[in-house]
Write a protein that binds this ligand. Structure first.
Ligand code: ADP
Ligand code: MG
Length: 679
């Protein structure tokens, strides 16, 4: 059961973080308890009753407890079914909670108290579980919080904790307890420790463990980054001709932010080491044109460029965009996706291997084994969150240390960026192209959807176009989901908008069909595009002014923000309508965030707060560290400090300390953080 939770070794147990602490030092006889007091009681079940409340249909479980001092205590649990099975008459328990006075019976009362069964056969020393401040752990199968407490107590008594691995120079600057003391105090806090600090994870002991997690993670990332930095790479040269070609290419005046980031990218490409840079910018901020400028620099230096997109639709969009920009400069732009015919693909591969194609735009097909480049010098990866780190590496292997530019529209809160992308340099476009009007977002209940449709009809009448989006995540598109989208499509095209041309786009269509539909939407032949989330990324149709998102509560916040970035690309006012059924509190909060804000960073921050960092990234994100004590939202300051210390260590390079640190990371942290080779 421990293994199922990833707890394989004694060290894993030592780093198993309590999630809460309780002060059980105040153990009293029931008869001595005063209302308002928080206390621990040891008692046995005298009688129990499970009843169903008429209002709300909730099961109420009530128990009368008695103790040796013949005091009587009533305890009450709502939704108490699970207690009813275990709290049988005569069961001995420890209860923790606040004492009240029950007006009807006159008994002392605890509502929803914490309860631990004492006669459960683990016959541990009771002083371990009450009479002091105790840590509370999340159970692992049948391994209860009591068993964890017992195990950790024995380990801490019998095992010699290792010498403190934190470099001496670091320890001198920050005053924190030793690792051994920190672990002991975290699992078994001394009497008198401030309970509030403990529960906020702010005691010196806890701070030390949080610091450690960040420190070793940041060291690992910095070492990895350093290693990549020192590798020899291509040193691109900016010539007068490069400048001239870029001037020829640009269809508009770049914004200040675009000029700044292209300078950062160019400076990086000039260096004789591989570039590893993340280009971040909200949807519609104009990342593509920046990437195209980097491509010109690479091509003029005799190198090839690969542009990798997460979906075929986006790849097709990029292909036509790059073609439009680059062919007039005399460059050859190619397209490679999995669904193309075998002969077509083979031909493209031959042209790439021969060095005839300057830029190849495509999907995963580009990183297949049988694909090779004559001279790959720059790899551009769009929408990073869809790709794992390993794919970035696969792409790099296709060239001789090519420069890598990763583009992402997922605005990542700064703390998260520091850790997740710790091995990348970051450039941010924080300004929108001129003339954009902020999108107006509205929330509408399903019942009123007809009003939304008449608004759409009005916009179509004015010559605009619209998207209607269904909540299907591409990878999990099931037949049922497709059917739902198809049904809706029929309903909209026949009943609601009989005069408009409505198109349907989803992941199961063949590449050819998808391409045709996208083209027809782009040219305005299709007025309304009913789509699943395949349009989430990159699609660029400036004339589209409305996006209706059905069942919006099923999407993630960041995802909706991405989606609505498909409108508001032209000069006219654009709208996003979020249609939902009845919402719970969190869902309402999420929808409100979207209605009130157009700021991708703020939305990402809220998304992370409402869902937690793990969920925020979902399972697709590789490289999210296995933090156990540290919390990215709560511990920002400690993270910054750990990062500063790790950078100092790596820059100052005290030989022995650094060597010891590398060994320690390799042994203890590499696997946990999913780091690929730090040494
Ligand atoms: P994203 O950052 O979401 O990838 P794109 O690169 O697709 O954004 O750009 C969004 C739209 O804005 C495109 O139609 C693009 O041509 C246009 N655009 C980008 N930069 C500028 C600019 N400086 N001035 C005017 N339009 C721009
Ligand atoms: Mg884009």
């Amino acid at each position: 059961m421990l293994a199922a939770k990833g707890l394989d070794t004694v060290a894993d147990l030592l780093y198993y973080a309590p999630f809460r602490y309780e002060d059980r030092s105040n153990v009293k006889a029931i008869a001595q308890l005063a209302p308002g007091e928080k206390a621990a009681v040891v008692a046995y079940v005298a009688s129990a009753k499970l009843s169903r409340l008429r209002r709300g249909g909730i099961n109420l479980f009530e128990v009368i407890f008695k103790d040796e001092g013949s005091g009587t205590l009533l305890a009450r649990w709502f939704h108490g079914e699970r207690y009813a099975e275990t709290l049988l008459p005569d069961t001995r328990v420890a209860l923790f909670g606040k004492i009240e006075l029950d007006k009807t019976s006159g008994h002392r009362l605890m509502v929803q108290p914490e309860v631990e069964i004492l006669s459960g056969g683990d016959d541990a020393d009771e002083t371990l579980h009450s009479g002091r401040i105790v840590a509370v752990y999340e159970a692992a199968g049948k391994v209860s919080t009591r068993i964890f407490r017992t195990l950790l107590d024995r380990i801490l008594k019998e095992v010699n904790l290792p010498a403190d691995p934190l470099p001496e120079s670091v320890r001198q600057r920050i005053t924190l307890p030793t690792l051994a003391d920190a672990i002991k105090e975290t699992h078994c806090p001394s009497a008198g420790t401030d309970l509030r600090l403990l529960n906020e994870f702010r005691t010196p002991a806890q701070t030390r463990l949080i610091f450690d997690e960040f420190f070793w993670l940041e060291c690992g990332l910095a070492l990895k980054k350093n290693k990549a930095r020192l590798a020899s790479g291509i040193s691109f040269e900016v010539t007068a001709r490069v400048r001239e070609q870029i001037k020829q290419m640009l269809p508009f005046k770049p914004t200040g932010a675009q000029r700044r980031v292209i300078q950062e990218i160019v400076d990086d490409m000039k260096r004789p080491h591989p570039m590893n840079r993340l280009l971040q910018g909200d949807v519609g901020s104009g990342k593509t044109i920046v990437a195209a400028q980097a491509a010109v620099l690479a091509i003029e230096n005799g190198m090839q460029v690969a542009v990798l997109a997460p979906t075929e639709i986006l790849a097709a969009q990029h292909f036509s965009y790059f073609k439009r920009l680059l062919e007039k400069l005399g460059y050859v732009v190619g397209f490679l996706v999995g669904s193309a015919g075998p002969r077509e693909k083979q031909q493209m591969k031959n042209l790439m291997a021969a060095g005839y194609v300057h830029v190849v735009v495509g999907t995963h097909a580009i990183i297949q084994e049988d694909v090779s480049f004559a001279k790959l010098g720059l790899a551009i990866v769009d929408e990073q969150h869809r790709f794992g780190v390993s794919q970035r590496l696969d792409l790099m292997k296709k060239g001789n240390q090519p420069d890598v530019l990763v583009m992402s529209a997922t605005p990542i809160p700064r703390t998260l960026a520091l850790t997740v992308y710790g091995d990348l340099d970051v450039s941010v476009i924080d300004e929108m192209p001129p003339g954009r009007k902020p999108i107006i977002t509205r929330h509408v209940k399903e019942a009123a959807v007809e009003k939304v449709y008449s608004f759409v009809a009005q916009e179509i009448g004015a010559g605009r176009q619209a998207y209607v989006v269904y909540p299907i995540v591409e990878e999990t598109e099931t037949s049922a989901d497709i059917k739902a989208a198809e049904k809706m499509f029929l309903h909209l095209s026949e009943k609601v908008f009989p005069k408009a041309r409505v198109g349907l786009l989803h992941g199961r269509l063949s590449a050819g069909v998808k391409e045709t539909i996208m083209r027809e939407f782009q040219t305005g032949e299709i007025n309304i595009l009913v789509a699943t989330t395949v349009i989430e990324v990159g699609v660029d149709v400036p004339n589209a002014s409305v996006m209706v998102i059905e069942q919006a509560e099923r999407f993630g916040l960041a995802q909706i923000h991405q989606l609505r970035g498909r409108v508001g690309r032209g000069a006219q006012q654009s709208y996003c309508v979020l249609v939902t059924s009845k919402l719970g509190d969190v869902a309402r909060e999420r929808i409100r965030t979207l209605v009130e804000s157009n700021d991708g960073f703020y939305i990402a921050e809220m998304d992370m707060r409402l869902r937690g960092p793990g969920e925020f990234f979902g399972t697709r994100q590789s490289g999210v560290p296995g933090l156990r004590f540290a919390n990215l939202l709560r511990d920002t300051e400690i993270l910054e400090q750990a990062r500063a210390e790790s950078q100092r260590l790596i820059e100052e390079k005290p030989r022995d300390e650094l060597r010891a640190a590398v060994a320690y990371i390799q042994e203890n942290w590499q696997r946990r953080y999913g780091l690929v080779q730090v040494g």
